[in-house]
Design a protein around this ligand. Structure first.
Ligand code: AMP
Ligand code: MG
Length: 345
């Protein structure tokens, strides 16, 4: 279990958030904070989220302020179960089926919203994104709070998502009072988002650890791929507004190279391999070499990805060269994140 109430250390060295645990007194304090319109960073199995009462417009507005997130980018609402979800959105037979198979878990469903959901949560859309997280601490907090929690990733907009409480502290610790520390995220990349619009084929808006095939199999019908990336200018007009070409990005320039290739890296640059190996940087001077997994297992890569990118971003490298994952359902989702991390403005 994490230490109780350690002090977080933000990069700025300013006022710091406190780490909390999922002990009953801490949960009671955090639940009260959320019910009163405050923000709390919470662990999920995918990445850490910055949570607020999804039914409280002012509280949700604070999420956008703290993250520097454009109001056009809708929030995902976290619920304990399908019954709580039904109060916010209309579930058709497909949504019921997917909730039965994949909730709690890393699946977000975009469904027709009910009036109770404030427009700020959905960026004015007629749909709301719902997810029931599996992380035990998130579930205990949802139960203690008794309200749905709007929670995007707990990072400044566009930066690498946090997968530990310390990551949250480093970038937002001077802007939020409490971080519920649930240890490192077991999945490490964001949820799969599927849109279920009445009368339309189910469509993946963001790839994640649940694959198109997993979803199609559970539904017994085809599922469409994600649409092409929007430009920032088109953000208001597209189906999944936050899915910008540049996202999840380190400040250090990043470049991708194909699996098994040797990158043209130089001294002062970092090379990130998918699996532990003796291969060096190649090119001119040897670059510093890091790896995302011991085994090459994409689940291990996903778990380690954001922590390594954050570490290297703080490491003073001139460039980060990252090897693409081998094609596989999860490898393709990892490559989606790598492409966005390596896209220049
Ligand atoms: P995150 O920053 O991980 O919370 O991701 C939220 C993302 O979910 C947004 O950037 C959108 O791409 C997607 N999303 C949320 N709500 C909706 C919605 N109502 N319709 C379509 N996509 C949505
Ligand atoms: Mg995010």
């Amino acid at each position: 279990m994490p230490d109780r109430n350690r002090q977080a250390t933000p990069a700025s060295g300013n006022r710091v958030a406190s780490f909390c645990t999922d002990s009953p007194p801490d949960l009671a304090k955090l639940a009260a904070m959320l019910r009163a319109g405050g923000l709390v960073a919470i662990p999920t199995e995918t990445v850490y989220g910055l949570a607020a009462n999804a039914l409280d417009e002012a509280a949700c507005r604070r999420i956008f302020d703290v993250k520097g997130r454009p109001l056009l980018d809708p929030l995902i609402v976290h619920v304990p179960d399908h019954a709580a979800g039904e109060r916010l959105a209309r579930f058709d037979a497909r949504a019921l089926r997917l909730a039965a198979v994949f909730w709690p878990g890393p699946l977000t469903m975009v469904l027709p919203k009910r009036d109770v959901v404030p427009a700020i949560v959905t960026a004015g859309k007629a749909t709301v994104a719902l997810r029931s997280p599996a992380h035990p601490a998130a579930r205990r907090l949802l139960a203690a709070a008794g309200i749905p929690l709007a929670a995007p990733s707990a990072n400044p907009f566009g930066y690498i998502s946090p997968t530990t409480a310390q990551h949250v502290a480093e970038s937002l610790g001077d802007r939020i009072p409490f971080i519920l520390d649930g240890g490192p995220c077991s999945i490490g990349i964001e949820s799969t988002i599927i849109a279920l619009a009445p009368g339309r084929t189910a469509r993946i808006l963001r790839p994640g650890s649940l694959s198109r095939n997993d979803l199609a199999k559970a539904l017994g019908e085809p599922v469409e791929e994600a649409p092409p990336d929007p430009s920032p200018a088109a953000m208001g007009a597209v189906e999944a507004p936050g899915m910008l070409a540049r996202h999840y990005s380190p400040a250090t320039p990043a470049a991708l190279f194909d699996y098994g290739e040797v990158p043209a890296a130089h001294a002062g640059e970092a090379v990130v391999l998918q699996r532990r190996a003796e291969r060096a940087g190649g090119g001119g001077d040897p670059a510093a070499v890091f790896w995302l997994s011991e085994s090459g297992d994409p689940a291990e890569v996903a778990r380690n990805l954001y922590a390594l990118l954050r570490r290297l971003d703080a490491g003073g490298f001139a460039r980060i060269h990252i090897e693409r994952a081998q094609p596989s359902p999860l490898g393709d989702s990892i490559n989606d994140r790598l492409c966005r991390a390596a896209t220049a403005d």
